[in-house]
Design a protein around this ligand. Structure first.
Ligand SMILES: [Zn+2]
Length: 326
C-alpha cells in the first residue's frame, strides 16, 4: 500500500498506523502520567496492565458502565461533558481511540446519529446496544416522528435494563472478572431501585393540576411516563431547528392554557427560547435540567444517580415554589 492510498482512507488499521509512525502524537490513554516520584513505573503499570478498555458514546453511559466495571476495566466516554450528543461529529482522534478499545457501548434508539458511520470506520471493535429489550416511546412529531424517543435512561426502571446489558457485555468481554461485574451490577441496581422510589415520593408531592413538565427537548417522555407528569417541550429531539418562532409560540400557548408556573430547559442546549416563553407568559424559568450529559465533578450531577436526584428536586421545587396559588 502506498502512502497516497493511505492518505485517502480516513481509517488506518492501528497496527499499520503505528508501524508508519502516524500516531506518534496520540498518547496511549491507558497509561496515566507518572508525576509522583514515589510511584514506581511498575506500580503504574500494575494499575492499567491487562485491563481492557471500554468506550461509551456519552457520559451518562460511562458512569453506569464504571459502576459495573469497578476497577477491572478502563471506561471512558467518547463525547465530553456538556457536549451535544445527538449530532456529534467525531474527530480523527476519537477514531484512533475507538480503534484501540476492546468494546464500545452505545444507546441506540436513534440517539447517536453519528454512530453507525463511526463504527463502520473501525475494524473489529465489538459494540453493545444498551437499550436492547427496552420498550420504546415513539417521538410524537417532527422529522423523527414515530421513531423511538432515545432518552430511555431517564427511567430508572429502564436503567436497570441498561445495567443488565452492560453486565452481560462485560462478562463476555472479560469472563475472568465475571464475579465482580455480577456483584457490582447487583449493588448498582439496588441503588437505582432506591432512586426510583425516591423520585416517586418527590414527584408525587405535586398537585394534579401542576404536573406539567415544560422542557426544551422532549427528553423526559420516560420520566414523565414513570412518574405521571404531562410533558410539554419546545422541540421533540435535538436537531438543527431549535426554538423556531413557531415552536416558541406553541409552548407559550400550552403554558398559558395549563397555567404552568415554572418551565425548564437542559444543560446541553440554548435556553434562549424558553426564556422568551417565561417573559411572555409570566411563568418562572426554573433552570436547566440534565439529560444528555453529566456535569463536571464540581457541578451538580457528576453521576447518573445525582442527575436523577437533581432533576427530580429542581422539577419538584420549581413547580411547587412557582405555583401562582402558593
Ligand atoms: Zn437529547
Amino acid at each position: 500500500m502506498t502512502p497516497a492510498i493511505i492518505a485517502r482512507n480516513l481509517v488506518i488499521p492501528l497496527g499499520l498506523a503505528l508501524s508508519l509512525g502516524l500516531t506518534s502524537c496520540s498518547q496511549p490513554t491507558a497509561t496515566p502520567p507518572n508525576n509522583n516520584p514515589d510511584t514506581t513505573t511498575s506500580d503504574v503499570a500494575a494499575n492499567t496492565e491487562g485491563k481492557k478498555k471500554v468506550l461509551t458514546t456519552f457520559t451518562v453511559l460511562a458512569d453506569m458502565a464504571q459502576n459495573v466495571a469497578g476497577d477491572k476495566l478502563i471506561v471512558e466516554s467518547i463525547t465530553r461533558i456538556g457536549a451535544e450528543i445527538h449530532g456529534y461529529e467525531p474527530t480523527p482522534s476519537d477514531i484512533v481511540k475507538a480503534q484501540e478499545a476492546d468494546l464500545i457501548l452505545y444507546n441506540g434508539m436513534n440517539l447517536e446519529r453519528w454512530f453507525k458511520q463511526f463504527l463502520g470506520n473501525l475494524e473489529d471493535v465489538p459494540s453493545a446496544l444498551l437499550t436492547e429489550g427496552i420498550e420504546p416511546i415513539p417521538i410524537a412529531s417532527g422529522p423523527y416522528s414515530d421513531k423511538p424517543n432515545p432518552h430511555a435512561w431517564m427511567s430508572p426502571q429502564n436503567a436497570l435494563i441498561y445495567v443488565e446489558n452492560i453486565r452481560q457485555a462485560f462478562v463476555e468481554l472479560d469472563p475472568d472478572n465475571a464475579d465482580t461485574y455480577n456483584a457490582n451490577a447487583a449493588a448498582y441496581s439496588e441503588q437505582l431501585r432506591e432512586i426510583d422510589q425516591q423520585l416517586q415520593e418527590d414527584l408525587t408531592q405535586l398537585p394534579e393540576r401542576q404536573r406539567y413538565l415544560v422542557s426544551c427537548e422532549g427528553a423526559f417522555s420516560y420520566l414523565a411516563r414513570d412518574y405521571d407528569l404531562q410533558e410539554i417541550y419546545m422541540w421533540p429531539i435535538n436537531a438543527e431547528r431549535q426554538f423556531t418562532p413557531k415552536q416558541v409560540q406553541q409552548v407559550i400557548e400550552q403554558v398559558k392554557t395549563n397555567d404552568v408556573p415554572t418551565i425548564f430547559c437542559e444543560s446541553t442546549v440554548s435556553d434562549e427560547g424558553q426564556k422568551q416563553v417565561a417573559k411572555t407568559t409570566g411563568a418562572r424559568f426554573g433552570g436547566n435540567l440534565y439529560v444528555d450529559s453529566l456535569s463536571t465533578e464540581e457541578g451538580p450531577v457528576p453521576t447518573f444517580i445525582d442527575l436523577l436526584e437533581y432533576d427530580a428536586r429542581v422539577i419538584t421545587n420549581g413547580l411547587l415554589a412557582g405555583s401562582k396559588n402558593n
